[in-house]
Design a protein around this ligand. Structure first.
Ligand code: 5GP
Length: 181
């Protein structure tokens, strides 16, 4: 299926970020991260599965010898608590950690994750998020590197899913309000 056909999926509304705009964001953020972390021992930590596509593009725009590590978490339906289902493979003590996230919504997931990572005594701990939707924010998350501050719409594509699908869309699209109820 081509991207053109996917965009004409009846569940999707419009394009929030086209692939060339995402490319520009990755270039910009990657350049800033390169400047800020030169001379540091940087590890990029991503939350599976949504952050995977952003990480893949972003890390290739960072001109430093970084390492990559992954976590997976599951949220309880209340959204109030999360549990680690896959932990990092490597220790982060005294290393500079940058968490690469697809989207920060309530901030509860990241709040929990940052607490867990901080307890392991990294040299520094930062956040890079492609999308920042602050309309429903419950936890105060310092986002050092932000791609786009976005309106209160549910989005899919570029790693973000709806029922497991749409992660492979090369752009980010809003889902029709009727679909989300
Ligand atoms: P938070 O804990 O900040 O409320 O939620 C963060 C996670 O919820 C994201 O990493 C993502 O997996 C999921 N999420 C939040 N908003 C959206 C959205 O608009 N679309 C999709 N597909 N997932 C979202």
């Amino acid at each position: 299926m081509t991207a053109y056909q996917l965009l004409h999926d009846p569940l999707l509304d419009s394009v929030l970020l086209a692939s060339d705009e995402i490319e520009d964001i990755c270039q910009d953020l990657g350049g800033r991260i390169t400047r800020d972390y030169t001379g540091h021992d940087l590890v990029l930590v991503t939350v599976l599965r949504g952050g995977l596509v952003f990480l893949a593009d972003l890390c290739r725009r960072i001109d430093l010898p970084v390492t990559l590590d992954f976590m997976a978490i599951s949220s309880y339906s209340s959204g109030a608590a999360v549990r680690i289902t896959k932990d990092l493979d490597d220790a982060i003590t005294r290393r500079d950690v940058l968490v690469v996230e697809d989207i920060v919504d309530t901030g509860l997931t990241l709040n929990y994750l940052l607490g867990v990572l901080k307890s392991r005594n990294p040299a520094s701990l930062g956040v890079c998020a492609l999308l920042d939707r602050d309309a429903r924010r419950l936890a105060d998350i310092p986002i050092a590197y932000r791609g786009l501050k976005m309106p209160d719409r549910f989005v899919v594509g570029y790693g973000l899913d709806l029922g497991g699908r749409y992660r492979n869309l090369p752009y980010i699209a809003t889902v029709r309000d009727e679909v989300m109820g």
